[in-house]
Design a protein around this ligand. Structure first.
Ligand code: ATP
Ligand code: MG
Length: 320
């Protein structure tokens, strides 16, 4: 069986309970929820019954153990998650404005995960890894940038594949080292999973079709552009496919992209056809948004099949 691995931040998320709630005044909060884009990704991989492991670090505190226990319970191998005595697990406080936009207060750059470095990555740790996933959100830390670069080289060298979700804000590209890291990861990428505007962020062309051609010319095999409620689009050298989103009630959008990535990659590594993989990935993103909390909406194939059947019977997935 393919073993899928990733590397990056683990944190907790604490959420405002009211739309439009300000963090400049006391208010009711809910959490802590297990979180961190790479952690959500790997949890979803494991929920599908796939061998899954994450290289990361947390503090020796309740926020760290909350995450480790959840990942273990869901089947993730947490042997490469270090518990650091003198560090604190990262956190994100999130509030939603009236139109559903998110506003975060992060404590990540000073957290335990920011202490990850290339010295934590070795051929021994990655020896069974056949696929490695990179989350752009992790590249805030110079140590994690080096660690991911090293992991990508090792996995490619041993014949494995790489997926990459840029998951970045435009401003971060002003840091030249981050731009370089992104370009070098892109060169090693087999499956590219941007959100809509990220498609043109790392290439010369600002037009979508030209960007697709540039990306395919770099050696990328499969590109899946995620478009929230609009579903997704798939491109390879031969074809373009469009898959609409499932009609569900969105409770909390955080984690949809991470679950989508995990399910698409897992299905492809199981040699499922592209169309079926996209259908499961959309179901996974849809399931994620129906639950409060970023990792609460990960699901098994049985749960994804049930959601697809439910949407088909209400006439929506018939379009998919
Ligand atoms: P993030 O903001 O976490 O980075 P993303 O931009 O990577 O997310 P999205 O496009 O928001 O990812 O979501 C991924 C997929 O999840 C979409 O392509 C879609 O299939 C599904 N999805 C997201 N939001 C919804 C929704 N409101 N209803 C149904 N499906 C959704
Ligand atoms: Mg994203």
């Amino acid at each position: 069986m393919a073993k899928i691995m990733t590397l990056g931040e683990i944190l907790v998320e604490i959420m405002a309970t009211e739309p439009g709630q300000s963090f400049r005044a006391p208010g009711r909060l809910v959490g802590p929820f297990p979180s961190g884009a790479p952690a959500i990704f790997i949890d979803q991989v494991a929920r599908l019954g796939q061998a899954a492991s994450i290289i990361s670090s947390v503090g020796d505190d309740d926020f760290g153990w909350l995450n480790i226990e959840r990942l273990r319970q869901d089947g993730v191998d947490t042997g490469a998650v270090m518990v650091l005595k003198d560090a604190v697990t990262g956190s994100a406080f999130v509030t939603y404005n009236a139109t559903g936009e998110r506003h975060f207060v992060f404590n990540i750059t000073n957290s335990a995960s920011a202490q990850l470095s290339a010295s934590h990555v070795s051929e021994r740790l990655l020896k069974d890894c056949t696929h490695f996933h990179v989350m752009g959100s992790s590249l805030f830390s110079p140590g994690i940038r080096e660690a991911i670069g090293k992991a990508v080289e090792i996995v490619k060298h041993q014949g494995g594949s790489v997926s990459f979700d840029p998951n970045i804000r435009k401003e971060i590209l002003r840091t030249p080292e981050i731009r370089e890291t992104l370009a070098s990861i892109l060169k090693h990428t087999d499956i590219f999973l941007p959100s809509g505007p990220e498609l043109t962020l790392l290439v010369k062309s600002s037009a979508e079709q030209a960007a697709i051609e540039e990306l395919l010319a770099l050696g990328i095999q499969e590109i899946v552009v995620k478009r929230g409620r609009q579903g997704c689009e798939y491109y390879d050298a031969r074809q373009r496919l469009v898959m609409p989103a499932l009609a569900v009630d969105e409770i909390d959008p955080t984690g949809a992209g991470d679950c989508f990535d995990a399910t698409y990659v897992t299905c492809r590594k199981r040699h499922m056809p592209v169309e079926q993989s996209l259908r499961y990935a959309c179901a996974s993103g849809a399931l994620a948004v129906t639950r409060m909390g970023p990792m609460e909406g990960t699901g098994s194939f049985t749960e994804l099949d049930a959601l697809l059947a439910q949407c088909a019977s209400s006439g929506e997935a018939g379009r998919a």
